[in-house]
Design a protein around this ligand. Sequence first.
Ligand SMILES: [Zn+2]
Length: 324
Amino acid sequence: MSRARARESFAIGSVRVRPGSARELELPVTRLVTGADVTLPVRVLHGREDGPTVWINAATHGDELVGVEVVRRVLASLSPRTLRGTLIAVPVVNVLGAMTADRYLPDRRDLNRSFPGSPRGSLAARIAHLMMTEVVAKCSVGIDLHTGSDRRTNLPQVRADLDDPRTRQLAEAFGAPVMLHAKLRDGSLRHAAGQVGATVLLYEGGEAWRFDEWAITAGVDGVRRVLAALGMVDAEPGSDDAPPTAGVECRESSWVRARHTGFLHLDVALGQEVAEGERLGHLSNSFGRTLRVVRARRPGIVVGRTEAPLVNSGDALVHVATPA
Ligand SMILES: [Zn+2]
């Protein structure tokens, strides 16, 4: 008997996925007052050959849809017959928020501050707990896909603990234009998964409520390259799976905020390098009279910017990350 044939089925929820096959299932979360069941849809690809178990997820924030399309395209590119290892895909973690493209859950809780959760807690805590026990606990590596929030758009970037050699290696393999060293946020999926030993990359790209093609493409290519670096798929020479140049490492970043209320005219694009004090745009009144010039407070790369035309004093305008 070959080694591949001896591989065991993969148990998740109430099903077992045979080697070399894919299976969709719905993990039960709770029942609504209407009697409708709430479930977490999952697709598992259990490769014929041994390899690591990895999860990819999107829409922990229900309005961040770029990652949903990233997961769809990555799944379309994979076959359990050739995959080495196992991939668990959770395209929409915040199943209730996503129904109305809402960032939060109906009780206004932020799911990404509710991990590791508990089986008898709030809706957010229950979804978090289910994700932890049925998905994260079975995996050694995970990729959490996000976008900017609240009319802000992000340059494709990986946020990860770059001081951890394993995490760093995979962040480099992802090959987003920027790698931002990010401290762990308590209650986040990334933090809770790290606590139980998983290596986690957080991808940020594009804007909430949008299918930004450039952010989707960068996400798909990055996830595929991580799977190739883990030996789960073959990197085809010359394809986007081949190792790219690692992104620019940044360890500090901050937002330039509005110092006046007004209409915003930004001159800078995502990925653009700016010098300290450089003009980024201006705020005007409704007749076009300039009220304030917006300037960079630090040198660096524009990794995020607001798309809002009208801003209040104190609003975040341009996110600048400084290369290490
Ligand atoms: Zn998010």
